[in-house]
Design a protein around this ligand. Sequence first.
Ligand code: NAP
Length: 534
Amino acid sequence: MATCFRLRSFGAPRFPLAPPRHLRPRPGCSGLTARAAPGRAQLRSYARGPAGLSAELLRTDSFVGGRWLPAAATFPVTDPASGATLGMVADCGAAEAHAAVRTAYEAFHSWRGVSAKERSSLLRKWYDLMMQNKDDLAKIITAESGKPLAEAQGEMVYSALFLEWFSEEARRVYGDIIPTSSKDRRALVLKQPLGVASIITPWNFPSAMITRKVGAALAAGCTVVVKPAEDTPFSALALAQLANQAGIPPGVYNVVPCSRAKAKEVGEALCTDPLVSKISFTGSTATGKILLHHAANSVKRVSMELGGLAPFIVFDSANVDQAVKGAMASKFRNAGQTCVCANRFLVQRGIHDSFVKKFAEAMKTNLRVGNGFEEGTTQGPLINEKAVEKVEKHVSDAVSKGATIVTGGKRHQYGRNFFEPTLLSNVTKDMLCSREETFGPLAPVIKFDTEEEAIAIANATDVGLAGYFYSQDPAQIWRVAEKLEVGMVGVNEGMISSVECPFGGVKQSGLGREGSKYGIDEYLEVKYVCYGSV
Ligand code: NAP
């Protein structure tokens, strides 16, 4: 097996002017089709630059068993900024999902036997290729998700770092020897890979949400079938191209893209197939609950990274400028579309007016709405019209109940999927924006009087992913950090994610942790071996 793990040379063609032959439409199969002509032009225009965009990375077929496979049907992927079609992608169904699982299952039996050192070096090669192609990968992220190019470049590096991190962790999976009460026995603990992992991911981090799971899975010795979001399959497929180039063996990393109309059947196939041992999902709490039901029937291991409602508390003792800086970073990344974005700003009475004034000024000075490819854009489009409607609904509900619009408040003239960065004050606990994840550029501010009150408001929800607070009082810092019912706390810090640290939530924000030294455990089984008659 090991002999086939060769790093092939990577001479990717470039197409600043026209797509190469293999990306032109083929009758009856997927591709950047004639119907998708505006999108092709779009991708090409995005790709313009000194080097153009690597055509090798623009894939539209599913990737199973090391091969690119067209499906009977295709679905369009659109640019959220312009609404143009970027390309037509293979629309896999339950049959293709089961076939991919079977392939992954067969590959598992070889992959689990590959030495940890070799798995490590293959993941490292995959990481190196991601870094070599980082500019192109970032362009793909911006094209399909709309996020500003600078943020896409940040996601790309973050994404690649999970492969680097887990290439290192692959060699640190240790078991145990346990002293027993019997003289003639020895007790050992082995850690073994679970098997095939089904990986279902969202659109808001089209690349990083995949590598955070897949890096850990492959390092542990599992194989995977990935179902990316309908909106962002290109990043998952580009990763497949690089996995192949890195020499990751056929069947170890598989991708079955599908349209939203087929997500339910593909999801069910991936979660109920008896050959699957593990389900790892990132997305909404509502979908997570459906997948948990699927998992229950065959008692599969699950990891769930679900929605949040992050509180961002500013106490009277805080440094206001530091708090405003953290608020900007936490709230407006990806136009408010991250699961750890601050959703509710709780600001103590004594510092409230100063914070609101400075926050509004910072928003007006630093945020620029536009196409993610335009220089200087900090706020791209929301992913689709439904997302814009949700922000609109949260604003109108709050205003109808007495909130004040400090800045923003309506759709942005730039285009259909754009919304103005919005700050609301006089917000109360009963408003929708205090109770539901907005997932958009809306910052609602609730005024409070005491620490106890702030903690009570922060914890009065059935989710708990991230929480942030600003304070200069060391005793208060300990108290609040311990009392917040969340999986991750930012103290005087608005950006907390990193590959070395555990990512995950409590309550209905999920199960399990990703990244860090804990992430690999999600893909390992503990086996106790009792060695008798010694
Ligand atoms: P979503 O609707 O739950 O979709 C996530 C994934 O699940 C997509 O691939 C989607 O496919 C698929 N899906 C939808 N319905 C399904 C079903 N019945 N069976 C199987 N798969 C199904 O979530 P989203 O709106 O795309 O993502 C935003 C949510 O994700 C937010 O709540 C956010 O907080 C959360 N999130 C959490 C984390 C975390 O680490 N905790 C990170 C990022 C995002 P389609 O795209 O085809 O619908």
